[in-house]
Write a protein that binds this ligand. Structure first.
Ligand code: URA
Length: 218
């Protein structure tokens, strides 16, 4: 699975039948049987490799990204993420919750800390670690990357580890921008999940404020 946007910028994501996480591979097989028309493969990142902003989510949702094959597409979280990207000029077109809605990302790319759908939306620590090499390779292959917006604590920790930093030195804090010498800056947001939005742990203005900080760091 490759993705590119400018000649020479190629990142190779996990293969269709990635074997790294036995539990996720088993879940994938089960989903292929139960939902044969769905994507049911590792979900590739979306957006240009030469983007300055990278959004890192947790993992594909079962009935959303795992079904449509595009991060956050068809997921509850996408109902806030994509309109927000449109509002700030980081996307062009209409978000219609399907992969062929014609939406384009502008100077922005979206990826996940874990690329296969996990049961109950919860990747284990071992699965988070097993998928990290893909994030390492993806970030290394983005030549203009300046700023990373992480959605939730797991994406934060995956990104901090990916950048070779100690998690104790960069604690998660919603709205915090970690400026790191020689590396892209990392801005934290609570994940825009249904639970966080319904409980108002995260509100739309809070999310927009975090996104604005991440944009300011590009
Ligand atoms: N939530 C995420 O973190 N990523 C997705 O791709 C979909 C929902």
């Amino acid at each position: 699975m490759t993705s590119s946007s400018a000649p020479g910028l190629v990142f190779k994501g996990p293969p269709k039948n990635c074997p790294h996480c036995p539990r996720l591979a088993e879940f994938r097989t089960e989903n292929r049987r139960n939902f044969p028309t769905w994507h049911n493969n590792p979900v590739p990142a979306f957006g240009p490799m030469d983007a300055r902003l990278l959004v890192v989510g947790l993992a594909p949702g079962l009935r959303g990204a795992n079904c449509t094959g595009r991060p956050f597409t068809g997921d509850y979280a996408g109902q806030l993420l994509y309109p927000s990207l449109l509002k700030y000029g980081l996307a062009r077109g209409n978000y219609d919750a399907v992969a062929d809605d014609g939406l384009d990302l502008v100077d922005c790319r979206i990826t996940n800390a874990v690329r296969c759908v996990p049961p109950a939306n919860k990747p284990t620590p071992r699965e988070q670690k097993a998928c990290r090499d893909f994030l390492v390779a993806e970030i290394a292959a983005m030549p203009r990357l300046r700023s990373i917006l992480v959605l939730g604590r797991i994406a934060h920790e995956a990104t901090i580890a990916t950048l070779g930093l100690r998690k104790a030195a960069y604690p998660f804090g919603h709205g915090t921008t970690h400026r790191i010498d020689g590396k892209p800056s990392v801005t934290d947001s609570y994940h825009c999940s249904r639970y966080n939005l319904n409980t108002r742990v995260l509100t739309e203005p809070m999310f927009h404020a975090a996104l604005e900080r991440a944009i300011a760091a590009t």
